[in-house]
Every structure is written in C-alpha cells, then in structure tokens.
Design a protein around this ligand. Structure first.
Ligand SMILES: C[S@@+](CC[C@H](N)C(=O)[O-])C[C@H]1O[C@@H](n2cnc3c(N)ncnc32)[C@H](O)[C@@H]1O
Length: 302
C-alpha cells in the first residue's frame, strides 16, 4: 500500500476514535452483541475473518475463537486492538477493494500533465478524472485468494462497507489538495457520479467475493447517513430501508452503499437469518442508520 493511502487510513481512524462518543452506548452495545453472536456461533474448526477490524472498538475479541484473523488497511489497527483487548491476532493489512492504489494513481494522472509535470487547474483535472474513472474496475484479489486458501467458515464485516466510498472520496481530495466537487449539491457533478460508479463497482465486487466464499456472514454497515437535527422515525422492519425510516423535512440523507441491495447480492434475502437496524447518533446533526445482517451458508454447499 502506498504511503499516502496508509497515512489517510490512519488519520481516518484517529478521527473516528477522537469523536465525542457520549451518545454511542446503544450503538456499541448492539454492534458488539451482534458481532459477538457471530463469533460465539462460529465453527471453531474453520478460520474466522473480521473485515474492518479497526481498533476493536466495536469487536468483542474476547469471544473470537483462537486464530481469528483481523483485516484492516490502517497500519496501526492491530496495535490499537492489542492495547484494547490484550490480544495480538493474525492480521491482513491490505485494501479490501483492491482498487485504491489504482484510484490514487489515476487521480494523480488527472491532476498532473505527464509531459510537463505541471498541475492542471482543478476544473480540468476533475473533468479528466471523471472521464477516466469508468475504466477502473476494482477487484478484491487479495480477499479472494485469502478465502480460497483458508476457507473461512465465518466472515464478519465490522462497519467497513459504508466506508469504502468515504475513503475513495478522501483519497481524491487528498490527491487534489482541495475537495474538487461542485460545492452546490443541487447541481450535477460528473466527478461525483463517476466516483459513485467506482464505489458501486468496488462494493459489488467485494460482495461478490463474500457471496462466493460459502462462509456464514455477519455484516454491520451504515445503510444511510442523515444530516440535520430534524425528526427521524424508525418503523417496523421493512425489506427496503427507505420504507422503514421516515426522516422529517429538515433531514437530508445520503446512501453510502450507493443503492446496492446487499442481501440480493449475497444470494437473496431468504439466506438472512438475523437482521436489525438502529439509529446511531454519530455526531451533532449526523445520524447513521446501521444495518446488521447475518446470512447462512447456501444449502447446496459451502
Ligand atoms: C468505521 S471503522 C470500523 C471500526 C472497527 N470496526 C472498530 O471496531 O474499531 C472502518 C474501518 O475500515 C477500515 N477500512 C476502510 N476502508 C478500507 C479498505 N478499503 N480496506 C481495508 N480496510 C478499510 C478503516 O481503516 C477502519 O478501521
């Protein structure tokens, strides 16, 4: 992994841990209980893998079978986990999407003229990048090969899938030195659309690798992010999150999973044997709709 990329992930982790966690108790209780259930029920004769293991704030490592492997691209994540849980698990420090290095190199290419080394102005560079992004097809090769070699029986995804697009955005911003997006969210922005396309392909490929793994899956992710302090009402479970949650007029929403239907991409909703959603007050005027899904192994194999 390149230096800017690992520095970026380390900074993101610092920012995550430095947040005021006063309102996080319910979220932390629920996410730990959910992931803990996955760890306790895991077939201990087969490897267990925790994606987005981070610093272990949300992961009850004391319930993890011996040999459980953490996966996180933040170079300090295992150290944080060791401090918090007094455990030094096997770890993979790699980009789960397999596409961030390419994305970074492409942003650099869009920004700097290769023949002169001059920086293009931001608008030209942003237009170039928007044109280049559709040719990128991130493939999670490291994850696929880890799965093929180790054959894990259980895989947890600990709040990482909703971060894939955020990290991609931060990477482009860091590469440009300023946010290159159109500041008016009401106006069309080809770069925003192109980066959303990249995120959709990256997440789709990641979910494809998980679907093919044959492992039991315990996934927690941000299903939506709401901005503003207005009312937010969570109704009874509905297949589609947009039908379960009713934001008031003063609340704006964004979809970190760019419209993907996670259960459908993992073989269908009937593979789900546990599912819940809750609202996590992350910061003033920022609430996340968290989704937790447990999916079984397909009946025909695995
Ligand atoms: C919101 S944090 C999850 C916190 C973690 N579950 C914990 O208990 O501390 C998201 C984590 O995903 C990791 N991450 C984000 N994008 C990644 C990627 N493309 N590949 C690997 N790890 C990534 C970050 O480094 C971060 O630790």
């Amino acid at each position: 992994m390149t230096k800017p990329l690992s520095r970026l992930l380390r900074q993101e982790q610092f920012a995550f841990l430095a947040r005021d966690r006063a309102g996080w108790d319910e979220h932390l209780g629920r996410v730990r209980a959910f992931l803990g259930e996955g760890l306790q029920g895991a077939d201990s004769t087969r490897p267990v893998l925790i994606l987005g293991a981070g610093s272990g704030l949300e992961v009850p490592w004391e319930l993890a079978p011996p040999g459980t492997t953490g996966w996180d691209a933040d170079p300090w994540s295992r150290g944080w986990t060791a401090l918090r849980h007094h455990r030094w698990p096997p770890w993979v420090f790699a980009d789960l999407t397999g596409g961030l290095e390419d994305l970074e190199a492409t942003a650099r290419r869009a920004r700097v003229e290769p023949w002169s080394g001059h920086r293009r102005d931001h608008r030209t560079a942003a237009r170039r990048l928007a044109g280049l992004l559709p040719s990128l097809h991130p493939e999670p090769e490291r994850l696929r090969s880890w799965i093929a070699t180790r054959r894990p029986g259980t895989i947890l995804a600990a709040n990482v899938m909703g971060q894939i697009g955020v990290v991609a955005e931060r990477l482009v911003e860091a590469s440009f030195g300023v946010p290159p997006w159109n500041p008016d969210p009401e106006q069309a922005d080809p770069l925003v659309d192109a980066l959303e396309g990249w995120t959709r392909r990256a997440l789709g490929a990641l979910l494809g690798a998980l679907a093919e793994s044959g492992a039991e899956l315990w996934l927690v992710h941000d299903r939506a992010v709401f901005f503003g302090g207005g009312a937010l009402e969570l109704g009874p479970w509905a297949e589609s999150w947009t039908r379960q949650i009713h934001p008031g007029e003063t609340v704006g929403a964004s979809d970190p999973l760019v419209g993907l239907d996670v259960p459908a991409l993992l073989g269908g909703g009937d593979r789900c044997f546990r599912r819940e959603r809750w609202v996590w007050p992350v910061a003033p005027e920022q609430r996340h709709l968290v989704e937790a899904l447990a999916l079984g192994r397909p009946r025909h194999g695995g």
